[in-house]
Each structure stands twice: as structure tokens, then as C-alpha cells.
Design a protein around this ligand. Sequence first.
Ligand SMILES: Cc1ncc(COP(=O)(O)O)c(C=O)c1O
Length: 392
Amino acid sequence: MQNTETEIPFALPLTGIEEEEAILRVLRSGWLTTGAEAIAFEKEFAAFLQNPGIRCLAVNSATSGLHLALEACGVGPGDVVFVPSYTFTATAEVVRYLGADPVFVDVAPGTFHIDPQALEKALKQQHRGKPKAVIPVHYGGLSCDMNAIMDIARRYDLKVIEDAAHAFPSVVGTTFAGTIGDAGVFSFYATKTITTGEGGMVVCRDEAIARRISIMRSHGIDRTIWNRYTDTTASWYYEVVEAGYKYNLPDLLAALGRAQLGRAWELLAMRQAIAAAYDTAFGTNDCFLLPPTGPGDARHLYPLRLNPQRIGISRDEFIQKLKENGIGISVHFIPLHIMPFYKNRYGLAENDFPETIKSYQQEISLPIWPGMSEAQISRVIAVVQSIASVAG
Ligand SMILES: Cc1ncc(COP(=O)(O)O)c(C=O)c1O
């Protein structure tokens, strides 16, 4: 454990008595795997989204959810799926799980998001397979330009699977990020905006997609274990209708999710307050470029960029100085097209996606987590400003 007086962690979950009671409730119930808690979590998540007809399916990670969503949308061998290079490997690896190939797309300058113009350009090129889907990533909880992406998807007959791993709850216009495409996937990993330790939620409106995901997340079996337990007739009987996966969210974690969901707005407000303090402090310093954001963004990350015209040291040297001062940081993301697997398999060069590389080389993710004290926020600001004043 870190000493949070002298060292400020990059991320910490905020849990309390509600979460502890939720775990105890499940432990005492005798039913630990997927059951009544997971069903309640799905219903409460759907109610939160206030989107009539939305279907929510709890899964054991966003990675599983992305895999299931792509599979249910018909992605398979010989298909290509467009993804930003500027993301975590989960976004692209699930495409490979299905025998399809990811095609990387650059980010729009300064946005961290897949560039709609670059996507359309990529669609006009020849590919090794059939263009089938696109996965926009709501990076850091900052929502993508979904109008532009949905317009392209309609014109090119692409399925849209939103990677909303960072984006609960990000409001886009009158709706939530993750609810706009054919399916959306949220993550409840330990550092995310609400957490179950590990976990995720797939949302969609199409009944056939929801049904397929529901079956495939539990071994391709046509009945859930809970249904077999609670149904009084032939509870032992089930049929395997597909070779599925084991991606269900256990009740122990679903109960944690319900407690976290109950405080989602409170957790969001805490993150937004930290982001606002950083914006105010760094917005007047031309050594920095602030994250592009809208009022409804979830602020999972605070991706500060160093302005290369004003800073005399590299991003890595800046990070080293932050570490020496006990500030936990991360970098989001190391682009996928320079990762050995993707680079070698698809013959990619670093400068194939120049905006992605530029963002990567400038970005530092600062600590932003609910429960950060005023003193911790002030310390991060003071350390960042003082490094910049020497290096600027
Ligand atoms: C953009 C993005 N997509 C997907 C994932 C996968 O989430 P999970 O850890 O819940 O599988 C992550 C994880 O951090 C992520 O950053």
C-alpha cells in the first residue's frame, strides 16, 4: 500500500459501507454466482440510462462484452473492423478473437478520438476483408463525435460498437455515450468510474442481439443457471445451442456494482470537480494543452498534453520528475500500431498514424479519482506547475 500523504496514487476506488453491506448480503445469501443480484444490477443500470427499450447485459469484463457484442453483430472470419490505434489492446484483440482483422484509424487532431474523416478515407481503400464494423472509443470518458460516426456507418453499412469502457456516465446531447450505436460496452475495472473490481455491461436495443449475447455469455446454453435454479419444472434440463463463452458477472460483483451505481452521480461530480481544478490551474499556462471536453463527460482520465513549443523537456523526463515527487501517473495510450503484435502482423510503420503518435508523445494522465482530498489536488497542481516553470 502507498502512503497517500507523501505519494498520490494514480487511481483509487471509492467504496464505503454500502459496498461492504452489499458483499456481505451476497455472502450470507449462499448464492455467489450470477443470479438475482446480477438481474437487479441490469434492471437498475437500464433505469439509470433512461432509454426506453434498452437492454443491459452484465458481463465479467468490458473485453468480454466487446467480444460478445461483435459476435452478436455478425463479425467473423474475413471481416475487417475499424478501430483507433489510440486505445487499449482490448478494443482490437476482440476482433482477432473472431478471426477478423482490425484496421487502425488515426485520431482527429487534439481530440484523442477516431477521426471521422480518416475513417471515411480508410473505408474507400481496398482491404483484405469485408468492412463490417467500427469501434469508436470514448477515450477517457470524453465522448466521440457520434453524429459523424453514425452518418458514416449508415452510408457504408457498418455496425457500430461503442467502446464506452471509460464513459459511464457520459452524456452526449440527450442520451448517454454507449447507447447510440448497435451496442455499447462499459467497464467496471478497478480504476473505472464505477467499479466491481472486474466487470462490464453491454447495452443494446435490438432484441436479437441481446438474446445472442445472453446465450453466448453463458456457454451457448439456452437457459441461465438462475433460471434453472428458480424454475420448478425440469430444472436440470438445458440445451447447448452454440459453442459459447463463460463471461457472466457473479452476484458478488453485481452487488458491488449496484452499490456503486447508486452513487454514480456523486462519483462523477467528484471527478468533475478535480478536472475543473486542473483546468483552471493549467488552462492559463501555455506549457499545457487541456483535454478537449464537454459538460457531460465522465472524466475517467485527465489527459494533460505538454505543449512541445513551450516545454524544454520530453514527456518521459516530465513523468520522471512527477514520479520523484510521488505523483502517480499513467500514459493513455501506447498506440496499438507500434505494438509488436499489430506492427508485425499488419506491416505498420510508426508514422502511419501521425496524430496518434503526436498525442502519445505529449500525453500524461494525472491522478483523478473520487475521494482525492483538496490537499492532494493542490499538490498535484503545484508539482506539475513547478516542473513546467523550470522546464518551460
Ligand atoms: C478503451 C478500453 N477498452 C476496453 C477496455 C477493457 O476493459 P476491461 O478491463 O473491463 O476488460 C479497457 C480497459 O482499460 C479500455 O481502456
